[in-house]
Design a protein around this ligand. Structure first.
Ligand code: AR6
Length: 176
């Protein structure tokens, strides 16, 4: 259990754009140029500094877009956080197991957060909106990934947007 002895793990209901943490994770798409859901909210509240940095990344080493399961950091612009860590979840498939790619979103984001020196990081329920991943399964994959990551980030928050998502994540993270 890589993180569990060293990391404070918080499962909470809320809006990720309001989290006062060092880094918030964005459930982005490969273009990095914005979208709906969490991505839309982060770009709206973060302002043009976030989009400008995403555009610079696309003009540079991410010319082909950010691959699924990878993570990259930008400024958080006007958001309370210092950084936005953009990661791209897989679209859910009933015919192909893409769980390792969803797990990679969590482990790569945590690795990047640690490299940045973040002492707190907040995740949304990646892939459970537009990308249709079933909540219970997404919560299980998130928990396994976070527990096996050699993350060394002191505080990890899972920020769920509604009661159904909160309940699914609590069943996995805080079973009682
Ligand atoms: N704070 C926390 N969670 C939120 C918020 C918020 N402000 N808004 C929505 N959620 P989604 P995905 C929850 O669709 O499935 C975008 O268009 C939401 O209820 O944001 O990974 C991107 O550009 C759900 O549980 O991300 C991509 O194209 C979860 O966040 C695509 O959607 C994720 O929903 C990514 O789809």
């Amino acid at each position: 259990m890589g993180t569990s002895n060293h990391t404070r793990l918080i499962v909470t209901k809320g809006d990720i754009t309001e989290q006062e943490v060092d880094a918030i994770v964005n459930a982005a798409n490969s273009s990095l140029l914005g979208g709906g859901g969490v991505d839309g909210a982060i770009h709206r509240k973060g302002g043009k500094a976030v989009l400008e940095e995403c555009r610079r990344l696309r003009a540079g080493h991410l010319g082909g877009g950010l691959p699924v399961g990878h993570a990259v950091a930008t400024t958080a612009g006007a958001l309370p956080a210092r950084w936005v860590i953009h990661t791209v979840g897989p679209v859910y498939s009933t015919t192909e197991d893409r769980g390792a790619r969803l797990a990679s979103c969590y482990t790569e984001s945590l690795r990047l957060a640690y490299d940045l020196g973040a002492s707190s990081v907040a995740f949304p329920a990646i892939s459970t909106g537009v990308y249709r991943w079933p909540l219970d399964d997404a919560a299980r994959i998130a928990a396994e990934a976070i527990h096996t990551a050699e993350a060394r980030v002191p505080e990890i928050r899972l920020v769920l947007f509604d009661d159904t998502a909160l309940a699914a994540f609590q069943r996995v993270f805080d079973p009682s």
